[in-house]
Design a protein around this ligand. Structure first.
Ligand SMILES: C[S@@+](CC[C@H](N)C(=O)[O-])C[C@H]1O[C@@H](n2cnc3c(N)ncnc32)[C@H](O)[C@@H]1O
Length: 286
């Protein structure tokens, strides 16, 4: 089936001219008869937007070097990896690998089988937990991009640590909901509310959740800056499409100048909000 006929049937379908309809069906984004439900449309929109942000990074890498390797952390069904392959990577002249990592064996197996069916030869999938990923010899020595799209809870932190450990120059993150910091804020609430002028920021449960999530991403950005990355934060798609919408793009600075200021700010936040328990994650001594 051609893209045109899909667009004719429903002009809101956001399928691109040059993409494989068979792949979209295999990914269950399109049904067998070429229809798309609301959830799939939302997912596709998010993935398209992310592809648009990653495309120029791949473009730059292709100018600078002969090959590139991308690792998608918490890949799930690997919508992102498959669409990156289909829309961009398969048109490149030089070698590349798109690698999905996930904790779940069933998803890894599903993705491996799908890659075989659609003959995407340069896709690899591994079932690895965080510690295994850090030391895995299956993964290539050089990794150029780490992505994590809605990797649950602290899996985004695992993706960051993996990227830092492997000295990866480009990191593209869309964090999922994050409950850990909200939990810590809640735990210390009665103690902190008395002494902290800012405590109104997280007094009510919904504010605890939202503020905890916001603080989490702020600390992630400071951590990346403190490790020598230039960080950009923006929204991925309109809020009507997803609540988990923050896009963090980090690029390793050539000068490898680490921001002392970011490190000091991060320390200050941990102390101010009684989050000392998180100091080891950010390799900080308080
Ligand atoms: C919400 S799903 C998102 C999947 C996919 N990135 C997407 O956007 O469709 C999160 C995935 O992260 C995986 N995951 C969670 N923690 C992980 C970890 N520490 N390491 C690797 N994968 C993890 C889960 O198994 C799950 O498949």
């Amino acid at each position: 089936m051609k893209t045109d006929s899909i667009n004719k049937n429903n002009d809101k379908y956001d399928v691109r001219e040059n993409q494989s309809i068979d792949l979209l069906k295999e990914l269950h984004i399109l049904t067998r008869d070429g229809k798309m439900n609301q959830d799939s449309r939302r997912k596709l929109k998010q993935v398209f937007h992310l592809v648009q942000f990653i495309e120029p990074i791949i473009g730059d890498l292709s100018q600078q070097q002969q090959a590139f390797n991308l690792v998608d952390f918490g890949a799930g069904k690997s919508y992102l990896g498959f669409l990156l392959y289909d829309l961009i990577a398969k048109h490149l002249q030089h070698p590349f690998q798109i690698i999905g990592i996930d904790l779940r064996e069933d998803l890894v197996q599903y993705s491996q089988e799908l890659a075989q069916r659609v003959q995407f030869k340069h896709m690899l999938f591994y079932q690895l937990n965080t510690q295994e990923a850090l030391v895995s010899t299956d993964l290539p020595q050089q990794i150029d991009i780490v992505t994590a799209l809605h990797a649950c809870n602290t899996a985004t932190d695992d993706a960051i640590n993996f990227a830092l450990h492997r000295n990866v120059p480009h990191i593209v993150l869309v964090p999922c909901c994050q409950a850990e910091v909200a939990g810590l804020l809640k735990e210390k609430k009665s103690k902190v509310l008395k002494n902290n002028y800012f405590s109104a920021l997280w007094k009510f449960p919904i504010h605890t959740r939202e503020f905890g999530s916001h603080l989490t991403n702020v600390m992630r950005c400071l951590y990346l800056e403190s490790c020598g990355y230039e960080v950009t934060v923006t929204e991925l798609v309109g809020w009507e499409h997803s609540m988990k919408n923050e896009l963090i793009i980090a690029k390793k600075l050539q000068s490898s100048s680490k921001s002392q200021n970011a490190s000091a700010q991060l320390k200050h936040l941990l102390l101010e909000f009684n989050l000392e328990a998180l100091a080891p994650r950010f390799k900080l001594n308080l």
